[in-house]
Design a protein around this ligand. Structure first.
Ligand SMILES: *Cc1c(COP(=O)(O)O)cnc(C)c1O
Length: 397
């Protein structure tokens, strides 16, 4: 049975706020605070260390991984959770390079999120100076896939512009060239339909605090294609990736599943919150999320373009080439976004001039989207952004 959207009753969103930043930090799901309180007071407080067994903390990383897997087309047991996305990028890349020892080039694009590129640069410095990170423009990726690549590492949906790569086509091209494919799904999981199994990509990684609403610092996830798992040599060979952590063996012997990409003790409180957050996805089809998301994005673009001609669309106009976010460029984008937030519409800003708006059909409807555009029109037409309080940049934009 498909659930009707939106499901606002699953979230605690402050009254008077139109939240268009679920692409950056999802809102608080109902039940998350209660679950955290239960884990802390009852499980940790009363059960103490027994809770690893009695409350089944030990299997929580896998249970949560399987719930995420359902949203990204990954089979049971193929998604491990924990650590941060940056670490998962490092692990996937290190494993990919080991799989192609005779090749020395990693291909990525200039639209990628900086930490993905930084992790690649750091890995290269650690292992061998002969390796090269080749970064081309997003639209040049297909032509840049050549026979010397060890790995192609891309983020499917661009965090700035929402431009979306064709996952199946690029993966096929990478494989035809003999390269290992790594997808970062930070802006895809819970945002657009993904069929990882069908894509045949070797690795995928993502975070859970954006569209999956797991809360600030929620654990990341990593997928490895089941048929390659046993050949993966984990660069971070932690005890939680060991085949038998409590055998306390002196030598590392990896688990025979994706669990080998886990590192250390899982963050149980944060994982529990994420588990509660995933309740909002029960019975939801990603195809329904997608059609609602396209409708919300189209409506917003149409409203903003007719009301605020000074703003220029910085996302692809064709919905098939766009994720679940819309960006506009405006010279005074930072100040305008601060003014907008002050007026109850929360989006965010990315350098140099991008006003970013995320659309999340789980808790947003068209009426709110139209209202947000109306408020934005007032900020721009009346130049409310000129107020001195909107000019100073905070550390987080
Ligand atoms: C949000 C995001 C990150 C953040 O990484 P963390 O380690 O969770 O801070 C990394 N990569 C991409 C593509 C992102 O969108």
């Amino acid at each position: 049975m498909t659930a009707t959207l939106p499901r606002k009753a699953h979230f605690d969103i402050p009254a008077g706020v139109i939240y268009l930043d679920g692409n950056s930090l999802g809102p608080l799901p109902k039940g998350a605070a209660e679950r955290a309180a239960h884990v802390i007071q009852s499980e940790w407080g009363n059960e103490l260390i027994r809770a690893w067994n009695s409350a089944d903390w030990i299997s929580l990383p896998k249970r949560v991984g399987d719930r995420i897997g359902k949203l990204i087309g990954a089979p049971e047991g193929s998604v491990a959770t924990g650590d941060t996305l940056s670490i998962k990028v490092y692990q996937a890349l290190a494993a990919a390079l080991k799989m192609r020892p005779d090749r020395k080039v990693i291909l990525s694009d200039s639209g990628n999120f900086p930490t993905d590129l930084y992790m690649a640069q750091g890995l290269i410095r650690t292992i061998d100076r002969d390796y090269e990170l080749r970064v081309v423009k997003p639209e040049e990726i297909s032509q840049a896939i050549s026979g010397d690549l060890a790995a192609v590492m891309l983020t499917q949906v661009d965090f700035r512009s929402a431009r979306m790569h064709d996952m199946n086509a690029i993966t096929k091209r990478a494989h035809d060239a003999g390269a290992v494919m790594i997808w970062d799904l930070a802006h895809s999981a819970g945002a657009v339909p993904v069929d990882l199994a069908a894509s045949k990509a070797e690795f995928a990684v993502g975070c859970t605090y954006k569209y999956l609403n797991g809360g600030p610092g929620a654990p990341a996830f990593i997928y490895a294609r089941p048929d390659i798992v046993e050949a993966i040599e984990p660069a971070l060979a932690g005890w939680m990736g060991h085949d038998a952590p409590f055998a306390m063996e002196l030598g590392y012997r990896p688990s025979m599943s994706t669990e080998r990409l886990r590192v250390g003790t899982p963050p149980i409180v944060q994982l529990s919150i994420l588990d509660a957050a995933l309740d909002a996805w029960e019975g939801v089809e990603m195809a329904d999320i997608r059609s609602a998301s396209v409708a919300l994005c189209e409506r917003f673009i149409q409203e903003v373009e007719s009301r605020c001609p000074a703003l220029k669309l910085a996302s692809p106009r064709n919905p098939d080439e766009r994720g679940s976010q819309v960006s506009f460029s405006f010279d005074h984008g930072y100040a305008a976004m601060q003014a907008l937030i002050d007026h109850g519409v929360i989006g965010d800003f990315r350098s140099p001039d991008i006003m970013r708006f995320g659309f999340t059909p789980l808790y947003l409807d068209e009426e709110e989207v139209a209202r947000a555009a109306e408020i934005l029109e007032k900020i721009i037409t009346d130049e409310l952004w000129r107020d001195a309080r909107y000019q100073t940049r905070s550390r987080v934009t």
